[in-house]
Ligand binder design. Structure first.
Ligand code: BGC
Ligand code: BGC
Length: 961
């Protein structure tokens, strides 16, 4: 396909790819979605038009979106010969989706089997200006064909869902010479569907209309003739209403059709295009410099916009959007966690509708909780019309056909906390208090109530457990204490407490009502607090790893390597049962916790993220496991400043359908993956952060991205961003952005460099190595081993000798530092620490030196700092940021709210690569990359310094770091 910002184009038709292309070229307006099949059909095609929320019962899947009449049907007969790509001769062909106005166009230059040539142009859209309106136009221009032309516009109602027919016929008939209707009803749910349609043909020659009243497929037929150079234009307009929209469907559908005919295709298309224009003005993202990324992201947004209901508050976005039969139109956490943020941040009214769907399905969620012996609301893993559980219990295995028990409907419980998370996120971004008061609070509180009863007290271990679940990683079933589930449940309980506290002031009446109806007694609330305090989190402070679930670390290592290269998921290869034995995971699970809750709690710190990332990434089936994985990885990689990985994973998400990366695009568009791509760019690469209604960016753009332009809606206000690799970072809110201090020891608070120097010099002299003060400069801030290697300048020594020399140098140094007293503090150091204390600014000392704790004690610094970390505490030394990230953690602040004071180049680099502010102490030649450079701490005052930092536009340094 060509890469054009707004156009998705194919220039050849390959029957082998027809099913996936039908998905890719689908169109929709959130009310109805239509696959990109051909108007005249093609052998083996799979036309489908799915109306959101229109479910009917289905075996195994419980319920599914019923495939509605094939409104695009248009048959052309030229001299009695039917047009089709499988007959005559196709001289040229192209199909194009113009995302700007969501118009699908197909051009065919076709040669009649008897020789005449015609040019055909088909255009169609599902109106975004009017949910119920569908339109198609076909221009037939003769090059050298002359003869009869018959145009049959039907409304075949016998459409099936892969073999299952959902319809009972009710009625049909002619409205007038050029219009007819069909009335059906779903078989089990008895939802009425009424479609009315018209055919208008413009031709130089005379034309006649006819009506074929064939049952289940009313057809309007137009007959005319065509001569070389002449053009005939056929317009088919369709209106669709269901019993979910109201009564007297026939009356509404017919009158709406009449209005539409008065307007005509062109006027309707303009209204549709301007509705899309409004959406794009609010949502479009421009990535200049990388046209593949730009187009793929836009296509992702087009998928999301095409499938989100605009007016219906009892429907949502199906996992495979409205473009295919995959997952039967069911709604998963895909909507709340993956797709929703895009709407929350750009089209909040749509986000609100999507959350209203969850509100309307509360009764189903309550019923599910009750059936399972819990209180509160427990959302369905797969949700459809009414929120009752719709996950199939058994599904045939892809290869063997053997029935496999599907457990998520029973035990994938995290969905409940995911919904609450989405409510809170929407509220924070939109400040829609009215929604929160009227609907959101009830969802957050009733889901909290669920977790309050779901977590069980473990007497032996004095903690709360959530046992027997499936986490986001569905390769492991029936696990205990899944870190993600427990972490999200904990956050859901905390949100419950927070929202109730807010409500008590904001709307005491609603607070009283909910307290009564949901029985939010003081003892229940104190139980929630207890669960928050004592729930098992699976975190090991030694390794800084979260264990995905209890026993996970004991599983066998992933066998992934044995199966590369592959084109299937490891779950398919090893079987659901087989996977359980290994540490192999289907999609980010622990990392998902960091993605959603990063920075909200010391355990979800940037330092811990890195440790867990390194552990879990290689265990995750990111190529063929869940398509939800790559977006999350991309967003996290960007947060960690790993731009290369961020780009790689981002494209895996954004191009999932355009490139059919998972091999299952035929089943529908991956809505969650599209939302994940948006999040990777906006919350990852652009680094959008919200601070009480203020939006800030911390861009980490790939070098090729010359510009990243987008608009967000926050607290009801539009915010435009136009970023380039040299955009200065807007620091977070003026106050509070820089709120903690981390000090290197040597050269900043004291000067043991003289003692280091003397110790090195003594060693050098003993070994006969040329060394002096100048040579010592290069060792500043460099760990012992590396220092020694530098000093040896390539001289060959055995590892044993190396160790011995390091020990010897250290012995000399330890002897020297014994004499340190507070008098050895550098000028201004103690005053500055005292000032920090008086201002309540937490301070830590982070020194690569393993002797740091001793030196700090001798200097009398302990009382003035909250935390001390030394080289023993981390694996990677400066210039890796680990030491500083750990220090930030220990003072419970996100790294970007801390400032590091460093006198060494490697230390400044370490700070920058950890996205931490840096103050360089010493000459610019050494520490010039820091945001601010000062000669020493003497005379430095915190508030002035913070102001200087925040005014500094040392972004390039921050990014390059
Ligand atoms: C998915 C589950 C889903 C099940 C049945 C599996 O492929 O991973 O989340 O519930 O299919 O639809
Ligand atoms: C994933 C789930 C997802 C579902 C629907 C499954 O394969 O594991 O996380 O919700 O598909 O997209």
């Amino acid at each position: 396909m060509d890469v054009n910002a707004w156009l998705i184009t194919e220039n050849t038709f390959e029957p082998r790819l027809q099913r996936e292309k039908e998905t890719i070229f689908s169109i929709g307006n959130g009310y109805i979605g239509t696959r990109g099949s051909f108007e005249e059909g093609y052998p083996g095609d799979q036309p489908a038009s799915l109306v959101n929320g229109l479910f009917d019962d289905a075996p195994v899947a419980h319920t599914e979106l019923a495939n509605t009449p094939n409104w695009i049907d248009l048959q052309l007969l030229l001299g009695g010969e039917r047009f089709g790509l499988d007959r005559g001769k196709v001289i040229s062909y192209s199909r194009q989706l113009d995302m700007k106005s969501s118009l699908l166009t197909r051009k065919v230059h076709w040669q009649h089997p008897d020789g005449g040539e015609i040019d055909l142009t088909f255009e169609r859209f599902a109106s975004l200006a009017d949910d119920h309106l569908l339109a198609l136009r076909c221009r037939i221009r003769s090059i050298d064909y002359s003869g009869e032309l018959e145009i049959q516009a039907g409304l075949p109602g016998y459409m099936e869902n892969e073999g299952l027919l959902h319809w009972n016929w009710r009625d049909q008939g002619q409205i007038d010479e050029q219009a007819a209707f069909l009335n059906l009803a779903t078989r089990a749910t008895h939802i009425s569907l009424l479609e009315a349609f018209s055919l208008t043909v413009r031709s130089v020659a005379a034309r006649t209309y006819d009506f074929w009243n064939s049952r289940m497929n009313p057809v309007i037929v137009a007959r005319t003739s065509l001569a070389p150079g002449q053009e005939v234009v056929a317009e088919k307009l369709v209106t669709v209403f269901t019993g979910r929209d109201g009564n007297d469907l026939q009356g509404i559908a017919a009158s709406r059709l009449n209005q539409a005919r008065d307007d005509g295709f062109e006027t309707l298309r303009e209204a549709h295009a301007s509705a899309w224009d409004a959406d794009w003005r609010a949502c479009n993202i421009e990535i200049e410099g990388d046209e593949i990324a730009d187009q793929a992201l836009r296509y992702s947004l087009h998928s999301l916009l095409s499938s989100a209901p605009r007016r219906d508050i009892k429907a949502s976005i199906p996992a495979k959007s409205l473009a295919g039969f995959g997952y039967h139109g069911h709604v998963f956490w895909d909507t709340d966690i993956f797709a929703l943020p895009f709407f929350t941040f750009t089209r909040p009214h749509i986000a609100r509708n999507l959350l209203m769907y969850r509100y309307h399905t509360l009764p189903g969620a309550r019923e599910k909780a009750r059936e399972n012996g819990y209180e509160g609301a427990m959302y369905a893993w797969e949700s459809a019309a009414d929120g009752s559980e719709a996950t199939p219990r058994w599904v045939p295995a892809a290869d063997t056909g053997e029935l496999i028990r599907i457990w998520p409907g029973d035990i994938e419980h995290h969905i409940t906390a995911d919904v609450a998370f989405a409510v809170i996120q929407y509220w924070r971004v939109s400040a829609d208090d009215d929604f929160m008061r009227s609907f959101g609070a009830e969802m957050v509180l009733d889901t909290a109530r669920f977790w309050g009863t779901r977590a069980k007290w473990n007497e032996n271990l004095a903690r709360y457990d959530i046992n027997d679940v499936i986490g986001p990683d569905e390769n492991h079933e029936h696990v205990d204490n899944n870190a993600y589930t427990n972490g999200m449940a904990r956050s859901n309980l905390q949100s419950g407490l927070d929202v109730l506290a807010w409500l008590e002031t904001a709307d005491p009446e609603t607070a009283r009502r909910l307290t009564r109806s949901l029985d939010l007694s003081p003892s229940r609330l104190s139980h929630w607090r207890d669960v928050i305090d004592k729930i098992y989190r699976g975190y090991d402070p030694q390794t800084r790893l979260f264990e995905q679930f209890e026993g996970y670390f004991k599983l066998k290592p992933t066998p992934a390597k044995d199966f590369e290269p592959r084109t299937r998921s490891l779950q398919t290869i090893l079987g659901v049962k087989g996977c359980q034995e290994y540490q192999l995971i289907k999609q980010p699970d622990v990392l998902m916790l960091f993605y959603l809750l990063g920075g909200t709690d010391p355990l979800y710190s940037a330092g811990n993220l890195r440790t867990n990332w390194e552990y879990y990434t290689p265990l995750t089936d990111l190529t063929y496991g869940s398509s939800l994985g790559p977006g999350t990885q991309a967003g996290l990689a960007a947060r960690m400043n790993d731009i290369e990985s961020a780009c790689h994973y981002f494209l895996q998400a954004a191009a999932v359908d355009l490139e059919n990366l998972r091999g299952n695009t035929a089943d529908g568009l991956h809505a969650a993956t599209a939302g994940g791509a948006w999040q990777a760019v906006i919350l990852g690469m652009a680094g959008v952060v919200l601070d009480a209604g203020r939006v800030d960016v911390h861009p980490r753009l790939p070098e090729t991205w010359k510009r990243l332009k987008f608009r967000l809606q926050v607290h009801g206000q539009p915010h435009d961003f136009d970023l380039s690799p040299s955009t200065p970072v807007h620091p977070l809110a003026g106050h509070g952005q820089v709120s903690g201090a981390i000090f290197d020891l040597d050269g900043v608070l004291t000067d043991t460099s003289e003692m280091h120097y003397q110790a090195w010099q003594r060693l050098a002299d003993e070994e006969g190595i040329p060394f002096d003060r100048a040579g010592n400069e290069a060792l500043r801030g460099v760990p012992r081993r590396e220092s020694l290697l530098l000093m040896l300048k390539g001289r060959k020594v055995s590892e044993e000798q190396l160790q011995e020399m390091m020990e010897r140098k250290n012995r000399y140094y330890v002897e020297l530092i014994k004499h340190i007293t507070p008098d050895d503090l550098l000028p201004g150091a103690l005053d500055f620490l005292k000032e920090l204390r008086s201002l309540g600014v937490p301070a830590a000392i982070a020194s690569a030196s393993r002797n740091a704790p001793t030196v700090i004690d001798l200097l009398g610094l302990r009382p003035w700092v909250t935390a001390v970390v030394d080289g023993n505490s981390v694996r990677h030394q400066k210039p890796a940021p680990d030491l500083f990230l750990l220090a930030a953690d220990l003072i419970a602040l996100p790294p970007r709210e801390c400032v590091v004071f460093e006198d060494a180049k490697a230390g400044v680099e370490a700070a920058l690569s950890g996205d931490i502010w840096a103050v360089g102490i010493g000459p610019s030649e050494r520490v010039g990359m820091a945001h601010v450079v000062v000669p020493g701490l003497d005379g430095i005052h915190w508030q002035n310094l913070v102001q200087t930092l925040e005014a500094s536009t040392a972004l390039t340094a921050r990014q390059d770091g």
